[in-house]
Design a protein around this ligand. Structure first.
Ligand SMILES: C[S@@+](CC[C@H](N)C(=O)[O-])C[C@H]1O[C@@H](n2cnc3c(N)ncnc32)[C@H](O)[C@@H]1O
Length: 314
């Protein structure tokens, strides 16, 4: 059986399995970001009789998960799709899932493979950053840097990367691309160095690269669309587990799950309740769950993980 460790070490595995185990006995569990199949394998091993709908937009991840989950092949079906399209793609049009898992972001394998261009470790890496393949048709990081308006670039650097010199960086990119397209990680790093006029920390570089990745993969919009679709696809008492890795996505998850867990969501000055008047379910994590020190020692890449879980009303 393929080991997941060289591909991706799954995060908060015991917690994920515990929440999903306490869900209705029938129906599949959608692992909407199956990656190397680490969480899926733990679910199949530890939740008796469980069945998995394994989804990823990255065909290489799906191939890897296929190998890792081979011993349970009779209990798994695979789907290459964005998670916001997954229910429809799998032919799910009403409540049928006992659980759903979103383990957001990129896998270690995606980060470690220079040709995917997610990291700045190799200046030669192409500015690609697409998680899916060409069939999705979206822009690469290079397309965005070379073709989008200066204003839009500044917004991406500021909103998604918290880059304090977002405007200046956007202007520098636009200036450089007039003479030569930015194609490699080093081209972006050079633009950043000119703007900051000092050596940049790995964190500062990572934030700008992450900002582009969020835009390339339309990550926040996909999450906002996926959450209500997954809720609708859950059976009564079904459980949704989400692991986020940066504050922008965690904020969306936190607010959405809170809103679903309130009886009344009318504005406070409305005299009579005019909304649904009943919570759609309840939060299972009053406080966000983070990896223990012990887990972080084993897997430092888990350090930014934040898990929230929610149960649909009966
Ligand atoms: C952190 S990894 C998941 C790792 C997995 N839980 C495991 O145990 O190996 C995130 C995965 O989600 C996939 N992904 C990210 N955004 C996606 C989206 N919008 N739709 C489908 N898959 C997505 C990535 O391709 C990547 O394989």
């Amino acid at each position: 059986m393929a080991q997941d460790d060289d591909f991706h070490v799954p995060v908060l595995v015991d917690e994920v399995v515990e929440f999903l185990a306490d869900s209705p006995g029938q129906g599949e569990i959608m692992d909407a970001t199956v990656g190397g199949g680490g969480h899926a394998r733990a679910i199949l091993q530890r939740i008796a009789g469980s069945r998995i709908l394994a989804v990823d937009r990255d065909p290489e991840a799906l191939a890897r998960a296929g190998k890792a989950l081979e011993p349970w092949s009779g209990r798994v079906r695979f789907l290459q799709a964005r998670f916001d399209e997954a229910a429809r793609g799998a032919g799910i049009f009403g409540p049928s899932l006992r659980g759903a898992l979103l383990d957001l972001g990129v896998s270690s394998r995606q980060i470690d493979e220079d040709r995917r261009g997610f990291a700045f470790r190799s200046g030669e890496a192409p500015l690609d950053m697409r998680m899916g393949d060409e069939t999705e048709g979206g822009p690469t990081a290079a397309d965005i840097l070379n073709e989008w308006d200066e204003e839009e670039l500044a917004r991406i650097f500021r909103e998604y990367g918290e880059e304090p010199r977002a405007r200046r960086l956007a202007a520098e990119v636009v200036k450089r691309r007039a003479s030569q397209r930015l194609e490699k990680a080093q081209d972006l790093l050079d633009a950043m160095s000119v703007v900051h006029q000092r050596p940049l920390s790995a964190k500062e570089k990572a934030r700008v690269f992450q900002a582009l990745r969020i835009q390339v993969n339309d990550e926040l919009a996909a999450l906002e669309t996926a959450l209500p679709r997954l809720r609708k696809a859950l059976l009564p008492d079904g459980v949704l587990v989400v692991i986020a890795y940066h504050s922008l996505e965690d904020r969306i998850v936190k607010h959405t799950l809170r809103e679903w867990s309130q009886d009344c969501v009318c504005p406070p000055d409305l005299p009579v309740c005019a909304c649904r008047g009943e919570a759609l379910g309840r939060l299972l994590t009053r406080k966000v769950i983070r990896p223990t020190d012990e887990e972080l020692q084993r897997n430092p890449r888990a350090r930014s993980a934040r898990l929230r879980a929610w149960r649909k009303a009966a």
